[in-house]
Design a protein around this ligand. Structure first.
Ligand code: URA
Length: 202
């Protein structure tokens, strides 16, 4: 099937069902399943991550592994309830390299981000959030449709062409990888401030 001869799914449920069989890029070959976004179909706030991780790939739900737990904890500290937001990823299949029994996360490339952007755009069109939050550079690149530097957008709101607002912050898995405890605390504080700003904007 091509974009040209396929009617666009008119509801989120139809989109989710169609995405199950997506073969727009080769990542579908190795991943367990498509991990589509989840949340209310009229959410005013949409969070976009990078791609499902190991646990999300197995469970079929976004942000339920370590990065999701970090996100939920800090969101809870500012009273931001994830249940009211739509949570999705720029890329909907887990990209990894097997290493022994482990599956090691690999960053999606531009071609994979572009291929999967079709789904993100559909989610944006169907849900019509007022505020889109890009968490990390992959999400930012997908929303902006070209490679962007996170540091140019971090903690700022910009107006998108479609009338929506975009706010950019780091990806929660970045926080998990910071080895130095002091720096980690500082970065978590900054992420909390971002989530507080998102809460007041939404
Ligand atoms: N990282 C992401 O970007 N998304 C998930 O769903 C999980 C981890």
């Amino acid at each position: 099937k091509t974009e040209e001869n396929t009617a666009l799914p008119g509801t989120l449920e139809a989109a989710r069902a169609e995405a199950r069989d997506c073969t727009r890029c080769p990542l579908s070959c190795k991943a367990t399943q498509t991990v589509f976004g989840e949340g209310p179909d009229d959410a005013k706030l949409m969070f976009v991550g990078e791609q499902p991780g190991d646990q999300e790939d197995l469970a079929g739900r976004p942000f339920i592994g370590p990065a999701g737990k970090m996100f939920d904890t800090i969101a809870g500290e500012v009273d931001l309830d994830r249940k009211h937001a739509y949570v999705t990823n720029a890329v909907k299949h887990f990209k990894y390299e097997p290493r022994g029994k482990r599956r090691i996360h690999q960053k999606p490339n531009m071609g994979e981000i572009r291929a999967c952007r079709w789904w993100l755009k559909l989610e944006l069109d169907l849900i019509q959030p007022k505020l889109v939050v890009a968490m990390g550079a992959t999400a930012l690149t997908s929303v902006m449709n070209h490679a962007e530097r996170l540091s140019d957008y971090r903690s700022r709101t910009v107006d998108l062409d479609d009338g929506r607002a975009l706010y950019t912050t780091v990806h929660p898995s970045y926080l998990l990888r910071i080895p130095d405890e002091g720096r980690k605390r500082e970065e978590i504080d900054r992420f909390r401030e971002d989530l507080q700003a998102i809460k007041s904007l939404s």
